[in-house]
Design a protein around this ligand. Structure first.
Ligand code: PEP
Ligand code: MN
Length: 362
């Protein structure tokens, strides 16, 4: 695993993971936690489908001492100066597979699985608009062979005078999109009090760049088993991005898809700057799938295709992109939307690149 401890900031942690054998009993786990706590260190037990681990956290004055011979049910210790543990490759060597939607039995049943050999295009308008426009775009997305439809109904706009989205009315339109096309729905939630309503409609719940550090919201997402598409904060480091993912994992939801959507740099020609490095870097550091968003990263429709191709070449597990039947009249982010007719030829080109690295794009 790469070393993030070189980064000159204050976020060091004395956290350590203690991986337990599958045979460890509840009593043994409890006694280990108590032993660590008796040394003045905080410890908690974390269990998921993969394994049980004890995570020690926070400001230990001295490294905690655990004599392996005293605890035969310990598989291995992972002392770590990394502030994210469950998101790390140390915890899970193999890629996490994030499944989207219900398996359709009897219909070939090929689920959408992020983190697999296949990369997916998630396409749709920035915002859910009129029902007729939204359905028309969705039909094109379906025709292009894509499986996932994006569209925000709660919109985090930079200006308070810009279109803020249709809110709950927009969710009803997204339900119609799914019913008619069978596309999986990716839509954003902004606030905790809307989470249940959004989760009832979304197949993937999007957390936008401005909410990546809304830790209370991230904690709530831990209680929901639906996949979460977590976008990188526009001014966040890779380490901060993975710590945000850790909030969701540590609170119980392993289904996180990361999204590199461009960061702020000194460059002003493009809206943001897609950090292409983040794709292979995150693949090295984490087992979570990572997709890219060339629309928000560039802010310029004609740059979306080449940047999307670069993302697939770099190993991205998907592309999130804004498409529209009439980009210049779209309610938001029209400059970066591509004509939805271009989606099918673009997907073919993405497949050409994917083939070189033994993958495919749907
Ligand atoms: C979006 O996907 O429409 C969006 C608002 O993205 P971001 O949070 O990356 O700006
Ligand atoms: Mn947008």
């Amino acid at each position: 695993m790469g070393d993030l401890s070189q980064e000159p900031d204050q976020m060091t942690s004395n956290g350590m993971m203690i991986l337990l054998k599958h045979t460890a009993t509840a009593k043994q786990k409890k006694s280990l936690v108590e032993h660590i706590r008796s040394q003045g260190c905080d410890a908690c037990l974390f269990e998921d489908d993969l394994r049980a681990i004890v995570i020690t956290v926070d400001n230990m004055q001295e490294p905690v001492e655990v004599e392996l011979s005293d605890w035969p049910f310990i598989e291995r210790l992972l002392p770590s100066n990394q502030p994210f543990l469950l998101a790390s490759r140390d915890y899970r060597e193999k890629n996490t597979h994030v499944k989207v939607g219900e398996k359709k039995s009897g219909k070939g049943g090929s689920d959408v699985v992020f983190g697999s050999e296949t990369a997916y295009v998630i396409a749709g308008p920035c915002a859910v608009e009129f029902e007729s426009t939204t359905l028309e775009i969705a039909r094109h997305v379906k025709k292009a062979g894509c499986r996932l439809f994006r569209g925000g109904t709660f919109k985090p706009r930079s200006s308070p005078y810009s279109f803020q989205g249709l809110g709950r009315d927009g969710l009803r339109i997204l339900e119609k999109v799914r019913k008619e096309t069978g596309l999986h729905i990716v839509t954003e939630v902004l606030e905790i009090h809307d989470l249940d309503d959004v989760a009832a409609v979304a197949d993937v719940i999007q957390i936008g760049t401005r909410n990546m550090s809304n830790f209370n919201l991230l904690k709530q997402l831990g209680g929901i088993k639906k996949p979460v598409l977590l976008k990188r904060g526009m001014s966040s480091t890779i380490k901060e991005f993975l710590m945000a993912a850790e909030y969701i994992l540590a609170n119980g939801n392993p289904n996180v898809i990361l999204c590199e959507r461009g960061i702020r740099t000194f460059e002003t020609y493009t809206r943001f700057n897609l950090d292409i490095n983040a794709v292979p870097a995150i693949k090295e550091l984490s087992h979570l799938p990572i997709i890219i968003d060339p629309s928000h990263a560039t802010g310029i429709g004609r740059l979306v295709e080449p940047v999307a191709l670069a993302g697939i070449a770099a190993g991205a597990d998907g592309i999130l992109m804004e498409v529209h039947t009439d980009p210049s009249n779209s309610f938001s982010d029209g400059a970066q939307a591509i004509q939805v007719d271009l989606l099918a030829p673009l997907t073919r080109k993405l497949n050409g690149v994917a083939e070189v690295i033994g993958r495919k794009v749907v």
